[in-house]
Design a protein around this ligand. Structure first.
Ligand code: XBP
Ligand code: MG
Length: 257
């Protein structure tokens, strides 16, 4: 029987609810700092999430709504500068303890560590954002728990391309059949699935609730905690309201058979 050796975690939306009240707010702060009157509403941001990666998202917005920005000659440098400021605002918010982990995240991480599984991060976001989230939501020791931090521009093609997952597995020396991925979005699910990894969609939110998760082995509305169980939205496996390691192992063994 094949053995589950590693859990690969997405970050935004999966480890924490970072998009609407974290990344979006930081983008808007960076725009204001630069003297721009751009303001990404919660609804517009939901549409912009179709484009993964902050720099790519800003470029898409400019192409669509502000193709001519006065006094900007080097658009790449302009976008890079805005994004740097956005990252500064975002990490500062995390340092203030602004965004907690989702319920159940720490429990699953601790169960996996206790069982000797490897942990990895596979995300579109900037590495500094992941470090700030883990360091401030858990503690500095958390960075040592993850054997690979695959993030941001380390691969040119971001999710939904499978590259970031393939990169993470290469770094761990593992095959898709050794891993399970935990994701929150259709883009993330496609990335992991196309890399050959069984994926659990562990949470849905206002931005992802209507997405197509048919490729997932299990879809939940949260990881759940013993005192606050979550609901299974799809997937044929016994589930008692808490995603735990035995459940992940059952899913993994079944999919290889
Ligand atoms: C989510 C994303 C990221 C963040 C912004 O990534 O699409 O672009 O919204 O991060 P994931 P940056 O769900 O894979 O973690 O501005 O640092 O790119
Ligand atoms: Mg995500």
């Amino acid at each position: 029987m094949r053995q589950l050796k590693a859990l690969l975690f997405d970050v935004d939306g999966t480890l924490a609810d970072t998009e609407r009240d974290g990344h979006r707010v930081a983008f808007n702060q960076a725009f204001r700092d630069a003297g721009l009157d751009w303001d990404w509403s919660a609804q517009l941001y939901g549409e912009l999430l179709a484009v993964t990666g902050g720099k790519e998202r800003i470029r898409h917005y400019i192409d669509r709504w502000h193709p001519l920005i006065p006094d900007v000659e080097d658009l790449d440098a302009f976008i890079a500068g805005l994004h740097r400021e956005k990252t500064r605002h975002y990490t500062a918010a995390l340092e203030r303890g602004g965004i907690p982990l989702r319920p159940g995240v720490l429990r699953v991480i601790e169960e996996a560590r206790a069982a000797g599984l490897m942990l990895g991060i596979a995300t579109t976001t900037t590495p500094a954002n992941v470090i700030a989230l883990l360091t401030h939501a858990i503690g500095p020791e958390a960075m040592e728990w993850f054997a690979v931090l695959a993030a941001g521009d380390v691969v040119p093609a971001k999710k939904p391309a499978p590259d970031i997952y393939t990169y993470a597995m290469d770094r761990l020396g593992l095959e898709p059949a050794d891993c399970a991925a935990l994701e929150d979005s259709a883009h993330g699910l496609h990335a992991a699935h196309d890399a050959g990894i069984d994926t659990v969609v562990v949470t849905v939110n206002g931005y992802t609730a209507n997405q197509d998760f048919r490729q997932a082995v299990l879809v939940l509305d949260g990881l759940g905690e013993p005192h606050a169980p979550s609901r299974r939205l799809s997937g044929a496996v016994d589930f008692d309201g808490c995603l735990d390691l035995p459940t992940l192992r059952r899913l993994h063994a079944r999919s290889g058979s």
